[in-house]
Write a protein that binds this ligand. Structure first.
Ligand code: GDG
Length: 727
């Protein structure tokens, strides 16, 4: 099995100087984490033995250089470059990605721009990635797409291929109120894009829940324990907190003279990309206040800030850079002296060894993001402390805070709290530092980046296997299709029991819109005219509606899930068995009470059944209330002759002993049929499938878990099947 990783940027940046290509590793959390996992492939028990990484090589490349570069990048980095023009990348990367999604998903709506042109370019880039992935893709590949630049890609690929598709979001998924600020088209398309995957992963439980809530509220799709059923796959939303390569950080040898902590002048360290989400300004203000409040520390402590240049093309990043320069100057000017600089600020990316040296040399790490998906630096810092001495101060708004609860957790919006946490951290006894760090190190060692990636990949493979298996076993493939048709033709007495909505006509937004087209009436008539065939339409609809739409046909009709039947050739309806409707007086007032509580819900009363529909109500409010309605109805119907069924966005109460299963038995007991076909699409057809005799063909329309023996994909496939029988 090969792993096909797809991310916006490749882990390598290609540049050309004097005709010579140079390749450098690119920076950032995704690359450093994944690279460590990939380096270990083959050494662990994973089913994945090889990989290819697809993405943009970071710079525009002349057309004539593309082939040469493609070969080199594949050879040296196992990568397959997606060449995109700088113009497009500027628009997408510096546009929709970093001016719309990044600020919004990090709770900075004021920085977000909702430019339609950005969105169009984003769609285009995702389509280009789809085409490139399709060129590279092998049948045994599993696809792992990364991050917010490619959120449309899962669904774009799903339309074309059957490979397992996983998606991992490295940044927070925001709450519904924040997410819905996106334009209608983009907020819907992004969710639809993501649920094209078999597995969608997030760093924390909160992000997973936010995503599921948005899917529920915006797409109206419910989930069961994080699983969303789609026609051709099941999407699982799960939490996988990303780890680091613990051993690398813990065991890397770095010469002692650059890692020794200076007891006389304590170092407070911070490391991050220059980004407003990282809370760098608040950190500086916090440090300034700390000096003001604690003059005894003047000259004895300094803040060492390593700031990695990032997204220099975006205006808000430029602004923060000048504010940062200004503040550093101000603090150093106000507090500094000839032999002491309070803030040492390095605007650069350090070589790896030096970074680890800084981690080990510091007494305190001060990480203050206002929002951060995970924050790997926090984990790397703890892992690097070989002597287990050091204190981590960490913002509660990072994903990492959930796992590093033994650190000093702060709210970075509170400057006082930052200042106080520094004075607290500087005096935490060494014994206590070691105790806390030991616990955190143990945790980080156990769930390292390899475990994280393996967990994700295994969950992806497993989830896909389970859903694909259960669906493919049931799929009415061409062989079975042929067999069904030939059994039909060769039989003497045949019955076709067919549900109306979703099977004979597509599901519609409003029930009254589902009128049968002429072609369907013709088809039913043709089938019925075959002397050996009995046609039975079974529906949950009322008898008047069925009369109006199908009443002219000489076929068997049944209404209200089987309360009423109208036999072929007759005009009058009769009850399947004596029924009572007295229970309605008890049930309707209860449903009325809930209807008042849930705007948009409504009651549909029939002769022997009452349905409470909530598909037009606020879906989230409805899902919370529904359990209460169900329990309430169940508690009163135990003593009366009615039963409750929970369907798709409807709760129905009807006479006990009336359902499509009972009804089917009625039809089947009238004759000895040697061919039985039952086709249905809705929740109420499951009882029909369950009661079918062994030799019957039961077919469910729509790919989902079902009691039917076979599955066909869409409503139009049901019509083609009936048409074939009618030939
Ligand atoms: C995104 C999410 C999420 C930093 N400075 C240097 C350097 N780094 C490396 C660190 C670390 C990585 O960059 C930064 O990762 P973070 O996780 O802290 O932050 P983002 O870049 O914003 O990453 C984040 C992450 O994706 C993973 O899902 O945790 O929340 O925003 O690995 O070591 N590396 C070197 N020199 C430096 O100066 N060599």
């Amino acid at each position: 099995m090969r792993l096909l990783i797809v991310s916006n940027r490749l882990p390598v940046v290609v540049s050309k100087d004097n005709g010579e290509f140079t390749m450098t590793k690119s920076a950032g959390g995704l690359v450093s984490g994944m690279s460590d996992f990939l380096a270990g492939l083959g050494k662990n028990k994973s089913e994945i033995k090889e990989y290819v990484w697809m993405g943009w090589p970071g710079n525009s490349v002349e057309k004539e250089d593309e082939d040469h570069l493609r070969d080199r990048v594949r050879e040296e980095f196992n990568a397959s470059p997606v060449f995109l023009s700088k113009k497009l990348m500027d628009k997408v990367y510096l546009g929709f990605c970093n001016r719309t999604i990044w600020p919004l998903f990090h709770y900075f709506p004021n920085y977000a721009r909702f430019d339609l042109e950005f969105w169009e370019e984003y769609k285009r880039m995702n389509e280009i990635f789809r085409d490139e992935v399709l060129k590279e893709l092998r049948e045994d590949d599993i696809i792992w797409i990364h991050d917010y630049h490619l959120m449309l890609l899962p669904a774009l690929l799903r339309e074309k291929v059957q490979n397992p598709i996983g998606f991992f979001l490295h940044i927070p998924f925001p709450s519904y109120e924040m997410y819905r600020m996106l334009h209608k088209e983009s907020r819907t398309a992004i969710l639809e894009g993501l649920i094209g995957a078999d597995l969608v992963g997030f760093h924390t439980h909160d992000y997973t829940q936010h995503f599921l809530r948005c899917v529920l509220r915006i797409l109206g799709k419910e989930n069961h324990m994080g699983r969303i059923s789609m026609p051709d796959h099941t999407v699982e939303a799960e939490t996988f907190p990303m780890g680091i390569d613990f051993n690398k950080f813990n065991t890397m040898n770095v010469s002692p003279h650059i890692t020794t902590k200076n007891p006389k002048r304590k170092m407070v360290l911070s490391v991050d990309r220059l980004d407003y989400s990282k809370g760098i300004i608040n950190r500086l203000k916090g440090f300034e206040l700390f000096l003001e409040k604690n003059p005894e520390w003047i000259g004895k402590v300094y803040l060492n800030m390593i700031v990695v240049p990032s997204r220099t093309g975006v205006g808000s990043y430029k602004k923060i850079k000048s504010r940062l320069d200004e503040l550093v100057g101000q603090i150093n000017g106000n507090f500094g002296s000839m032999d002491w600089t309070p803030v040492i600020y390095q605007y650069t990316s350090l070589p790896h060894k030096q970074l680890i040296a800084q981690y080990r040399k510091s007494h305190v790490a001060l990480l203050t993001p206002l929002r951060d998906g995970m924050n790997l630096v926090a984990k790397e810092y703890i892992a690097s402390l070989r002597d287990q001495k050091g204190v981590l101060i960490l913002s509660e708004f990072t994903g990492a805070a959930k796992e590093l609860s033994e650190s000093v957790i702060i709210n970075p919006n509170n400057i006082d709290e930052i200042a106080d946490s520094i004075s607290e951290a500087l005096v935490i006894p060494v014994k206590d530092q070691i105790r806390r760090n030991k616990i955190m190190q143990k945790r980080l060692k156990r769930y390292d980046v390899t475990k994280w990636a393996n967990d994700f990949v295994n969950a992806l493979v497993e989830n896909t296997r389970v859903t694909r298996d259960s669906l493919s076993k049931k799929f009415l493939d061409p062989e079975l299709y042929k067999k069904l048709v030939s059994e039909y033709r060769g039989s003497k007495n045949r019955i076709v029991i067919v549900n109306y909505d979703g099977t004979l006509v597509p599901f519609t937004k409003y029930p009254a819109m589902a009128e049968p087209p002429d072609a369907l009436l013709g088809l039913l008539e043709t089938l019925d005219s075959q002397v050996k065939t009995d046609i039975v339409i079974i529906s949950g609809r009322g008898k008047d509606e069925l009369d109006e739409w199908l009443g002219e046909l000489p076929i068997n009709l049944t209404a209200e899930h089987g309360s009423w039947i109208r036999e072929a050739g007759r005009k009058e309806w009769r009850l399947l068995k004596p029924l009572s409707s007295e229970w309605k007086d008890e049930v309707i007032p209860i449903l009325e009470m809930y209807t008042d509580r849930l705007p948009g819900s409504f009651i549909q009363e029939r002769d022997y059944s009452v349905a409470w529909h909530y598909h037009r109500a606020d879906i989230e409010q409805a899902s919370q209330l529904v359990k209460e309605v169900n329990d309430h109805l169940l508690s009163i119907t135990t003593n009366i002759s009615a039963h409750v069924i929970h369907g798709s966005k409807v709760i129905e109460v009807s006479n006990s002993g009336i359902n499509k299963g009972e009804l089917a038995m009625h039809w089947l007991s009238r004759k000895e049929y040697d061919f039985i076909l039952a086709i249905g699409a809705g929740w109420s057809d499951e009882l029909l499938f369950q009661t079918m005799p062994e030799h019957a063909w039961s077919v469910k329309v729509g790919l989902s878990q079902t009691a039917a023996k076979y599955i066909i994909k869409e409503q139009k496939d049901a019509i083609s099947l009936l048409r074939k029988l009618g030939e």
